[in-house]
Ligand binder design. Structure first.
Ligand SMILES: O=C(O)CCC(=O)C(=O)O
Length: 198
């Protein structure tokens, strides 16, 4: 099954080209959203911060060719088997973007209460200047960015159902991002970040 538009429209460059937004990139976003909700083995993880264990405010699942474990933002993720939808979409993205993605981190934000804190995706496993493709399905949520070293938010980009955001090679060294809580959202959102573990 094809999930990515064969010809992507010209992207909207943001942050001086560190991010490219393709608002309508996924061909059947509703079908992909439903399939992922039911087929991905969503897990509830824990994180240890300052000696205390906290439940992560979202569900997640990590699929990769290798390795067994991935250290990500203070947690250790265990590899699960790929599902067909995501190997298809990974291959289409690699073809369209000239990337070599070999893993995907899936996040399920059940309601507007689920969120992700400020971080850069700068784990050593990703190499010094990773390109990351981020696909959004379901609820539109704001993707917040701020400069690394800053405390003030630079802006918030709403990511709609079926969109593709490509974080280019300079993004993780210059910027941090987060997915803040948003009141009054009952619809779930799925985010897929395709990465290359080098
Ligand atoms: O859900 C999002 O759009 C952000 C996901 C993210 O920051 C990540 O997977 O590192």
């Amino acid at each position: 099954m094809k999930w990515l538009r064969a010809t992507l429209p010209a992207p909207e460059p943001l942050l001086e080209g560190d991010m490219l937004l393709y608002p309508d990139a996924i061909l059947e976003p509703e079908l992909l959203y439903q399939n992922l909700q039911s087929k991905v083995s969503w897990q509830s993880g824990e994180i240890r911060l300052y000696g205390k264990t906290h439940r992560i405010p979202r569900l997640q699942c990590w699929m990769a060719d290798a390795p067994e474990q991935y250290q990500y933002s203070g947690q250790s993720l265990t590899n699960t088997d790929w599902i067909d939808e995501l190997t298809d979409l990974r291959d289409e993205l690699n073809q369209a973007l000239g990337t070599a993605f070999n893993s995907v981190l899936c996040n399920l934000y059940r309601t507007g209460e689920d969120n992700m804190g400020w971080h850069s995706d700068d784990e050593p496993e990703l190499g010094p200047s990773p390109v990351i493709a981020s696909v959004t399905l379901g609820a539109t949520r704001g993707f917040a960015v701020r400069q690394r070293g800053a405390t003030k938010q630079h802006g918030v980009l709403p990511l709609p159902h079926g969109s593709l955001l490509v974080m280019q090679s300079g993004m993780q060294t210059r910027w941090q991002h987060s997915l803040p809580k948003r009141k009054g959202i009952d619809l779930a959102r799925i985010n897929l970040t395709f990465r290359e573990i080098v």
